[in-house]
Design a protein around this ligand. Structure first.
Ligand code: SF4
Length: 461
């Protein structure tokens, strides 16, 4: 599902398009980047800027200082497409030299019709084409060997956590989703490549690795679980083996976008042993078998409540985060009530909910039984209220406990961090009011003093 907008270079003062005089001035050319969409798109942006930085380009924090602006778009929902077109329009108005890439790049005609002056449009993962378009717009000034790029690459996340993308694309064909159309079938990275990147990140100071893909639990299926050599030993491109290897690096390892396949059971002991975080991000989307079938969801026949119970027997402090869609075509009141009952029983730690929105090109658009907007709205509120109850109880149970907290921000008034059960950006925070002398990335022990339905307040021990 779409995640929050990652980083934006928006907000710069309006100014005429700069003339490109860099070669004459012998100053390094400067790139602005606007990155929209999910963490996967953010990783794409990181790869693009890493490549350009290695070639001697500098990054500009605003439009005015950029010789060319790269806009990495999101095309997941119609609202995301609109946001992408608006971002391109803003970059055109503020700078005028714009290269477009990302998921919406597959709809080049639409982009060019709205913004005929864009320099180039490329699709998702077309790193070479993006870089070539930047070269055309403003040639690199330096040879790569004199440019100082850290071995872990350049990232848009804080220094202490990093997204680790283990595969691209998806073999499923959920009826509401066009990601396989945009990004193709599953293409996993060899385990040795993933591990080498993870190790470089940890060596550079990363304390938390956030494993992402479209379907993390399917990792390696396309490679037939092929072995590759990391640190002189073979590692299989398989979910369990990858989790074991990542768990040996000494960083927090958080698993996102997992489906409840039977083999997911195998990683629960690693969580119970503290090798990877007791956290699973599973986009269930619904609980009614009828709706799940219409959605064509992976693992939709799994008895998910039984699986959750079994996982909790192995790892009692497991936190499950999930997202849901209400108002999917054909969702009846009975389906929705089944979802509410399931939600109350599942006792998920963190939950997001979207009102169904048709996506251009998605098979679900032809389904009958559209749910009226006011019914979607009503169901969304009922869903959120039911989850708030659950969440309040789960959070209240943590009061008085000692927990590990990773510090995200710190100043003279205190610090803000996260527990093992909270991913950055999407989940809750732990507030350490008055706790000074802490640094981002530090992992401390704290005693929980207070809780609401989303956040905790704690004191360092
Ligand atoms: S699992 Fe379904 S929703 Fe997720 S990327 Fe694949 S097709 Fe889309």
């Amino acid at each position: 599902m779409p995640q929050a907008v990652a980083k934006s270079a928006r907000g710069a003062a309006r100014k005429p398009a700069p003339k490109i005089l860099r070669a004459k001035q012998k100053a390094p050319p400067r790139i602005g980047i606007v990155s929209l969409g999910c963490p996967k798109a953010l990783v794409d942006s990181e790869r693009i800027i890493t490549k350009l930085r290695a070639e001697g380009y500098e990054l500009s924090a605003d439009y005015a200082g950029a010789d060319v602006v790269v806009v990495n778009t999101c095309g997941f929902l119609d609202s995301a497409k609109k946001e992408s077109l608006d971002a391109i329009g803003e970059a055109m108005a503020e700078n005028g030299r714009v290269v477009v890439t990302g998921c919406m790049g597959v709809e080049k005609d639409k982009i060019v019709a709205a913004h005929p002056g864009v320099l180039a449009v490329t699709g998702p993962h077309q790193y070479e084409q993006v870089v070539a378009a930047v070269h055309d717009a403003v040639p690199p000034l330096h040879d790569p060997f004199i440019d100082l790029v850290p071995p872990e690459g350049l990232r848009l996340t804080p220094r202490h956590y990093a997204y680790l993308k283990i595969s691209e694309g998806c073999n499923h064909r959920c009826s509401f989703c066009i990601i396989p159309h945009l990004r193709g079938d599953l293409a996993s990275r060899p385990a040795a490549h993933v591990m080498a990147e993870a190790e470089r990140l940890v060596t550079a100071g990363v304390k938390e690795l956030l494993v992402i893909s479209q379907d993390t639990s399917a990792y390696g299926v396309d490679l037939k679980f092929a072995e590759s050599r990391w640190k002189g030993r073979p590692v299989k491109a398989r979910f369990l083996e990858l989790c074991e290897a990542l768990g040996s690096l000494g960083a927090w390892v958080r698993l996102h976008y997992v489906y409840p396949y039977p083999h997911v059971d195998d990683v629960l002991p690693l969580m119970a042993e503290g090798k990877i975080l007791p956290y699973l991000d599973i986009p269930f989307q619904h609980a009614s078998p009828r709706v799940l079938k219409a959605m064509r969801r992976p693992a939709h026949q799994e008895k998910t409540l039984d699986r959750l119970a079994a996982w909790r027997r192995t790892c009692p402090d497991l936190a499950v985060r999930s997202t849901f869609i209400v108002g999917f075509p054909g969702e009846t009141e009975q389906d929705f009530e089944l979802l509410l009952d399931w939600l109350k029983e599942a006792r998920l730690a963190r939950v997001g909910c979207f009102k169904y929105e048709p996506v251009e090109g998605a098979p679900a658009n032809v389904l009958s039984g559209a749910v009226p907007e006011e019914v979607k709205e009503d169901r969304w509120h009922r869903f959120m209220a039911a989850q708030q109850e659950v969440s309040r109880e789960l959070m209240a149970a943590k009061v008085g406990c000692s927990i590990a907290v990773i510090i995200d921000e710190a100043d003279e008034e205190g610090a803000i961090g996260r527990s093992k059960w909270d991913a950055p950006e999407t989940d809750g925070s732990v507030f350490l009011n008055g706790a000074t002398g802490l640094k981002p990335g530090e992992i401390i022990s704290a005693r929980v003093a207070h809780a609401d339905e989303y956040d905790l307040w704690a004191e360092p021990r």
